[in-house]
Design a protein around this ligand. Structure first.
Ligand SMILES: [Zn+2]
Length: 329
């Protein structure tokens, strides 16, 4: 199983990866020490936790969800338990851990975030999902307008893909962002499905990784990101938006963390999918599912104006945190 000779990852350098089957993995303890997260002296077989002032990482064998700096992230491959150690795939180091643990490296000289496109999901004849007293299309535009209000005065140009209850095709949403020269694209949705609760944030799956859209503790049908079908777990193809892989996951992390801190909602994690508006976006892009209208408890909260203010403020704060990290000074 284990290749006798490892390879040194081009980036991050100094980490040696070993092949299991068709995938390269690195011992989680090596990764933790590389990023200054220290060691876990308990040396448990199936779980590990690393924590220093540089960051926090928690993993468990066979699981696809890990905790990084207060946010759950869904990996392209489960944490591997082999040879008495835990291993994380090369792809997940490059596409999840590295951007989240070293976001400063995403900064590019001479660039800064100026134009943000906020995309209120659904609209017009496309109602989206519905709760007992609410329609998704109405909640999304309400929150989008509040995000717009909160971002004004921060040196940003903020544009909405729709400002009224109108039907806007997914292609037109993406095209709008492209025409306006968007530096960021943030799509806002509400969720539905079984007895599930909580907040999740999507970004494009990296090439070679399957979607994690359908991984959940609960069954039921799910919102599909704007009338869009996720292309499913079997699709691992590269898409246009993959050139922003690092920025995408960092933006998703900032938004998800800010939302969790502001609301105390259950953390359903940063997930990966190839939703239309994500895979064709010409800039870093995320899709936020800000709660379940199918949950009576969450719907009651979402129907409150002050709670929608909290959601909007948190989304705006997440965007501003991202901007602060990647803008060159
Ligand atoms: Zn939706």
């Amino acid at each position: 199983m284990l290749a006798l000779t490892g390879k040194i990852l081009a980036q991050p350098s100094a980490l040696r990866a070993y092949r299991f089957g068709n995938t390269y993995y690195v011992p989680v303890s090596d990764v933790a020490s590389y990023y200054g997260l220290g060691r876990d002296d308990r040396e448990l077989v199936n779980r590990a936790e690393f924590k220093t002032s540089f960051g926090h990482l928690e993993v468990e064998g066979d699981r696809r969800d890990i905790l990084v700096n207060g946010v759950t992230h869904w990996l392209s491959a489960p944490i591997l338990e082999a040879r008495g150690r835990l291993w994380i795939s090369e792809l997940d180091i490059l596409k999840t851990l590295d951007p989240v643990l070293r976001p400063g490296r995403l900064r590019k000289a001479g660039t800064s975030i100026r134009t943000v496109v906020i995309d209120p999901g659904h609209g017009g004849s496309d109602r989206g999902t519905r709760g007992r007293f609410s329609l998704e299309k109405e909640m999304t535009i309400d929150v989008a307008k509040r995000v717009n209000r909160d971002l004004i005065g921060n040196g940003l140009r903020v544009l909405l893909t729709r400002t009224t209850d109108e039907t806007v095709a997914l292609e037109d949403r993406v095209e709008f962002a492209h025409m306006k020269g968007a530096d960021l694209y943030v799509s806002i949705h509400f969720n539905s499905g079984g007895s599930a609760e909580g907040i999740e944030t999507y970004c494009t799956a990296p090439a070679g990784a399957s979607s994690t859209a359908n991984f959940s503790g609960s069954g039921g049908d799910r919102d599909t990101g704007g009338g869009d079908r996720d292309t499913g777990g079997g699709d691992r193809s590269a898409v246009t938006n993959n050139r922003f892989d690092g920025q995408n996951v960092w933006l998703a992390h900032c938004a998800q963390r800010s939302l969790l801190q502001a609301t105390g909602a259950m953390d359903r994690g940063v997930r990966r999918s190839r939703f239309y508006v994500l895979r064709y976006a010409d800039c870093p892009a995320i899709l936020i599912e800000a709660g379940f209208l199918s949950s009576p408890t969450e719907e009651r909260r979402i129907l409150r104006s002050d709670y929608r203010d909290t959601l909007a403020r948190a989304i705006a704060d997440g965007i501003l945190t991202y901007k602060k990290t990647v803008d060159s000074h």
